[in-house]
Ligand binder design. Structure first.
Ligand SMILES: NC(=O)C1=CN([C@@H]2O[C@H](COP(=O)(O)OP(=O)(O)OC[C@H]3O[C@@H](n4cnc5c(N)ncnc54)[C@H](OP(=O)(O)O)[C@@H]3O)[C@@H](O)[C@H]2O)[C@@H](O)CC1
Ligand SMILES: [K+]
Length: 243
């Protein structure tokens, strides 16, 4: 396997390091770059064109993975797509999520909550892809509602409606991969900063693998045991060659 991975524990440690006193990134900075990188991966895999449908459904979870989705939706709108955000569980953990929702309203991007009819957007004739920003590296199985039934509905349409997973395919064990039955299989995985071990379980024929979250220098990458990824020019994502 040509790409290095780091465990979920080390990923959380890397996150803490980046936002610690020495380096001092804010969560908002990292989330902005993470969300932008996912939007760029969507643009590369599903090029937006005047004629083709351009609706993208972003399903956002209650944590920072969800926050990445809220940021991604805003950049998708700027890229010319028509995003719709389904945000069923809004944790009031940080007031920043509320600001991200205000920005979506500012862009007139619909933000659906738990009792809206979100499934109407699972129509492959209207929607280009679904961004899975439900859970990232803090997912602990088994899935708790309402996300179990949400994942079931995504699984049912995934062959017609491609899923783009942010950092971790939701429902997969971060280190072991799809251990639970009936996991989703994303068409695109955008690993953030560095792939986690579950990324080894994607099948390159089925899933295109990008790395995004371009915010660490070589020295920091090496400290965590990986080489910086070969981003081109100003691009915020790099596509990893299929194995
Ligand atoms: N440097 C980086 O890499 C950057 C990382 N970033 C992003 O942060 C992500 C990690 O974010 P995170 O730590 O907030 O956790 P995340 O995965 O969103 O989920 C936690 C939430 O899910 C919930 N939950 C958990 N299990 C559940 C279950 N079975 N069933 C139901 N609910 C469950 C849990 O609820 P709780 O268990 O607390 O009640 C909590 O609310 C990371 O993957 C990347 O995308 C970028 O933003 C910035 C740069
Ligand atoms: K995800």
């Amino acid at each position: 396997m040509s790409f290095k991975t780091i465990s979920s524990q080390l990923a959380a440690q890397l996150d803490k390091d980046l936002m610690g006193p020495e380096i001092g990134f804010t969560l908002e900075q990292l989330m902005e770059l993470a969300g932008l990188s996912v939007a760029e991966a969507v643009l590369k895999e599903f090029p937006y064109s005047k004629s083709r449908k351009s609706q993208v459904l972003v399903v956002a979870g209650p944590g920072n993975n969800g926050g990445d989705g809220l940021v991604c939706a805003r950049h998708l709108a700027l890229f010319g797509f028509n995003p719709v955000v389904f945000y069923p569980k809004r944790s009031s953990r940080t007031q920043f999520y509320g600001q991200l929702v205000n920005q979506l309203k500012f862009f007139q991007i619909p933000v659906l909550d738990g009792d809206d009819d979100w499934a109407q957007y699972l129509n492959p004739n209207e929607t280009l892809c679904v961004v899975d920003a439900i859970f990232g590296f803090s997912f602990k199985p088994p899935v708790r509602e309402p996300f179990g039934s949400i994942l079931q509905q995504l699984r049912q349409v995934q062959d017609q409606l491609p899923i783009v997973s942010v950092d971790i395919p939701t429902g997969w064990d971060v280190d072991e991969g799809p251990v639970e039955p009936n996991c989703i299989i994303p068409k695109v995985l955008v690993s953030l900063t560095v792939p986690k071990p579950c990324a080894r379980k994607i099948e390159s024929l089925e899933t295109q693998h990008y790395v995004g979250g371009r915010f660490v220098p070589r020295s920091f990458a090496n400290k965590y045991g990986f080489e910086p990824f070969a981003y081109e020019n100003a691009s915020q994502v790099v596509k990893l060659a299929p194995e």
